[in-house]
Design a protein around this ligand. Structure first.
Ligand code: WQD
Length: 340
């Protein structure tokens, strides 16, 4: 079976994808520089899969080291590229850090494989901004990004589109994630936010476990059923399985062109208040929350049209919001007794 390189392999989505690749019979090499993840994830993955994961500590911006590594591993046929900085707020404060890291690492990977590889790129629904039509399809117009982070995803997709046009041996699938949440059923891996969580669900679980104060609902005056903003939350395990489907599609030469884009969501929107209610109903925990002002840069509502992913990737999200909340809570409780 082919060997797949997973960059950012000890990160939130990378580690869950490593498990699903293993389950699908792939050999995997994880690559990370631990700039936004913990080495302990490697031990956790060994417990989950029963195998010591093959791992290389490497900064993708170190072109010489990356080229040497790829040279030594001709057996790698596919790359799933997660490694990137992804904190929206931090990207506003440190744009150059984001542009340098996120573009330089992507370009180095393409060059290291001499533009002959199957590449799955971790993109984001953030490229859509506030869509004009919902649910949003892959051919919706890309709107001006609200943050340098979002801009790095848009420009990275342009880099890949332009390169694929003149490089037939480079096959790429960009996966546009909606909102990844939840954790592996073992509660041995999950989201590991550094500092105060910016994202809703890790803030909810940290508030419920007593690490944070009340949850603030950023805005209740949106033009949505209950006034709070709507997102398409997707279980990280469903998301991970979609990456295996994308690699398979390219390996089996089913791609309609050498650059394809797919939405990865459930096709269903949930509001902030609905997520809070689902957390309380699923876990039995009472959440302390208050209504606050809107957050700068937030879109009002977005959820994905996932027909193309279902028809061409043969993939559909299967886990519902309750499973997202219960797995996220189980992971938070595990972290309390086993701090990373
Ligand atoms: C979700 C909703 C907030 C925190 C971002 C990135 C996206 C992807 C996922 C990387 C919004 C509200 C949040 C809180 C709240 N990241 N909220 N109180 O902003 O939709 O997407 O993370 O791939 O690319 O843009 O996710 O979880 O931050 O917010 O009310 O304490 O929850 O306003 O409506 P977001 P989020």
């Amino acid at each position: 079976m082919a060997k797949i390189l997973v960059t950012g392999g000890t990160g939130f989505i990378g580690s869950h994808t490593a498990v699903e690749l293993f389950n699908a019979g792939y050999e995997v090499i994880l690559l990370d520089d631990f700039s936004n993840s913990s080495r302990k994830i490697l031990t956790q993955l060994k417990t989950i899969t029963g195998q010591e994961p093959e791992f290389v500590e490497l900064d993708l911006c170190d072109e010489a080291k990356l080229n040497a590594f790829v040279e030594q591993h001709p057996e790698i046929t596919g790359v799933i590229h997660f490694a990137a900085f992804k904190a929206v707020g931090e990207s506003v404060q440190q744009p150059l850090k984001y542009y340098r890291n996120n573009f330089y690492s992507l370009i180095n990977i393409i060059n290291a494989f001499k533009s002959k590889v199957n590449l799955v790129f971790s993109s984001s629904c953030t490229v859509y901004g506030q869509p004009d039509v919902l649910p949003v399809t892959e051919d919706a117009p890309v709107k001006r990004a609200e943050s340098p982070y979002g801009n790095t995803k848009q420009i990275a997709e342009e880099i890949l589109t332009d390169t694929c046009k003149v490089t037939p041996d480079l096959k790429v699938i960009s996966l546009r994630y909606f909102n990844p949440v939840g954790a592996h059923s073992s509660a041995l891996i999950g989201e590991l936010p550094i500092g105060v969580p910016q994202n809703l669900v890790p803030f909810i679980t940290q508030s419920a476990i007593g690490k944070r104060g009340p949850v603030t609902v950023f805005g209740s005056d949106y033009n949505t059923p209950d006034g709070s903003a709507v997102r398409d939350y997707i279980h990280v395990v469903d998301l991970a399985k979609a990456h295996v489907a994308a690699i398979k599609r390219m390996e089996e030469e089913k791609s309609e062109s050498n650059y394809e884009v797919f939405n990865l969501g459930t096709g269903k929107g949930s509001s902030v208040l609905e997520i809070i209610k689902a957390f309380e109903a699923t876990t039995g925990e009472k959440l302390d929350y208050k209504i606050g002002d809107r957050r700068e840069g937030d879109v009002e509502q977005v959820w994905g049209n996932v027909t193309k992913s279902s028809e061409l990737l043969g993939w559909k999200a299967e886990l519902d919001v309750n499973e997202m909340m219960s797995s996220a809570w189980k992971w938070e409780k595990y972290l309390k007794d086993n701090p990373f």
